[in-house]
Design a protein around this ligand. Structure first.
Ligand code: NAD
Length: 495
């Protein structure tokens, strides 16, 4: 039995608008149908842009302190509904319960950050920046003072395009800061798991956001391209793969829009011989296999310096064998399935590529103890990988860890810096000198020292370098507020 297409949320109302194509999503652990999303309903975009444009004049004039009251209420609603949202994430994405709860919690952090808008969108003023002597009638000193100020004002109707891997959290990197600063917003969540974002957006309406301030449209590439070209949209925030992000960046810019694109990754963890062994093994394991490797911050390459491989490699293999692979909703599960069948066949293909390239397959996830149905693959570890191999260069986005070996820290950093990405890099060491050298030489936007997944909290900007990011301003932190506002300078003279 097929389930009817899930609705868009436009102007505060759930609306059914189908195009000619839909995507049927299934629970990746069980194969049971969970929902079907319209892929090319561009009419929904037009209606959402019209609703957002209607809402903009009043919303942008609403005092910022009043705007954030909706977000304070929303935060409380999310706390009440955290389990419900996490259950939807487990069902349509496949995360474990713990991962799903954690991901919603990181989203709530973003709401709290956005509630700081009354401070974070403030401008600056400099009185008496100059003196005008042309009409020196009113100042005894012989000139009229000139003051200058810069304010930050909303940019207009903004849109967000998000990936499947954090369906509640990633949209919250965008719209809360956008609406707190007076913009109106259209979210286009991933077509692979759109129910979580829809429920989270419904809750925002329950928190009292006026109709049209936050809208959600479903769709695939056609809908994204319609958003990118739409003359009514001023700014685009994108999170997803590098290929799609490059396209979004070029197209949005060509259509005169402000754009930021947080993209794909291939992240390295450098392990020094003096590292705390337990912390390094735990850190690499969690980073490589957490969320089944489907994280832009997954440390999917480990670079062992000197003889650190002697304890790290057997330690990793032993610990990875103990990871319990199964449905995310079972309490004993450590690692859930991949999100869909395409992801499973991509990961299987990469394991074959690694074998063909001459990697030493220490642990083959295809042979793991796991359910026979569903998109499951176990932790996989290749040793003797080099930076030239595809498995050492390309984003696999699954639980496949590549081990490289370097004689020195300099050689390890050079290996990291050969990557075309630059999202994050991690080092485990007890040496401040080595850590400092790493920080100052490695080419990555987010760094971890003795931390496996250095995800910045919402008050700090989140994004990488290289092909992991296209744009100027990162998401979250102060950058997020700057991205969703434009500066306006006023020079004042009172005669
Ligand atoms: P994806 O690029 O396939 O999809 C992301 C979004 O872009 C979706 O909404 C999709 O509909 C749209 N899209 C995809 N291809 C398109 C095209 N050709 N034209 C127009 N629209 C297109 O990414 P995904 O598989 O959903 O997510 C995984 C990717 O996201 C990984 O590469 C991961 O590293 C990346 N990611 C990056 C970050 C970060 O902060 N850098 C965070 C999370 C995920």
């Amino acid at each position: 039995m097929s389930i009817s297409t899930i609705p868009h949320l436009i102007d505060g109302q759930l609306k059914s608008l189908d195009g000619s194509e839909t995507r049927q999503n299934v629970n990746p652990a069980t194969g049971s149908e969970v929902g079907s999303a319209a892929l090319d309903a561009t009419e929904a975009v037009d209606q959402a842009v019209a609703a957002a444009a209607r809402a903009f004049p009043d919303w942008s004039k609403t005092p910022v302190g009043d705007r954030v009251q909706h977000l304070f209420r929303y935060k409380m609603l999310l706390e009440e509904h955290i389990q419900e949202l996490a259950d939807i994430v487990v069902e349509e994405h496949g995360k474990t319960k713990g991962e799903a709860i954690g991901s919603v919690r990181r989203g709530i952090d973003c709401i709290e950050h956005a509630c700081g808008a009354p401070v974070l969108m403030q401008g600056r003023t400099l009185p008496q920046i100059a003196v005008s002597s042309t009409f020196c009638r009113s100042e005894d000193e012989g000139g009229v003072g000139i003051d200058s100020a810069v304010d930050r004002v909303p940019v207009g109707v903004c849109a967000g395009i998000t990936p499947f891997n954090f369906p509640v959290m990633v949209p919250m990197w965008m719209w809360p800061m956008a609406v707190a600063t007076g913009n109106t917003f259209i979210l286009k969540p991933s077509e692979k798991d759109p129910l979580s974002a829809l429920r989270a957006t419904e809750l925002a309406q329950e928190a009292g956001l006026p109709p049209g301030v936050l809208n959600l449209v479903h769709g695939g590439h056609d809908v994204v391209n319609h958003l990118l070209a739409h003359p009514g949209i001023a700014a685009i925030s994108f999170v997803g793969s590098t290929g799609a992000g490059e396209h979004v960046y070029r197209s949005a810019a060509a259509h005169g829009k402000r754009v930021q694109c947080m993209c794909g990754a291939k992240n390295h963890s450098i392990i020094m011989p003096d590292a705390n062994q337990g912390a390094a093994i735990d850190g690499v394991l969690g980073s490589a296999f957490g969320n089944t490797g489907q994280r832009c911050l997954a440390g999917s390459v480990v670079v062992c310096v000197g003889d650190s491989a002697d304890w790290l490699v057997p330690g990793l293999v032993d610990a990875a064998k103990k990871i319990n692979v199964g449905p995310g909703k079972e309490a004993k599960t450590d690692m859930g399935p991949l999100q869909d069948a395409d992801s499973l066949s991509r990961v299987h293909d990469y394991i074959e590529v690694g074998i063909q390239e001459g990697g030493a397959l220490l642990l083959d996830g295809r042979q793991a103890s796991m359910p026979s149905q569903g998109c499951f693959v176990g932790p996989t570890i290749f040793d003797n990988v080099t930076p030239d191999m595809r498995i050492g260069q390309e984003e696999i986005f699954g639980p496949v860890l590549s081990i490289m070996r370097a004689k020195s820290l300099d050689e390890a950093v050079a290996m990291v810096n050969r990557s075309e990405y630059g999202n994050m890099a991690v080092m485990f060491t007890n040496s401040g000198h080595a850590a400092r050298k790493f920080e100052n030489t490695v080419q990555s936007g987010m760094l971890g020292i003795n931390v496996g997944v250095p995800a910045p909290m919402a008050a700090f900007p989140f994004a990488g370098w290289g092909k992991s990011f296209f744009g100027d301003l990162h998401t979250n932190g102060e950058d997020g507020f700057r991205f969703f506002t434009k500066s306006r300078v006023t020079v004042r003279r009172w005669l």
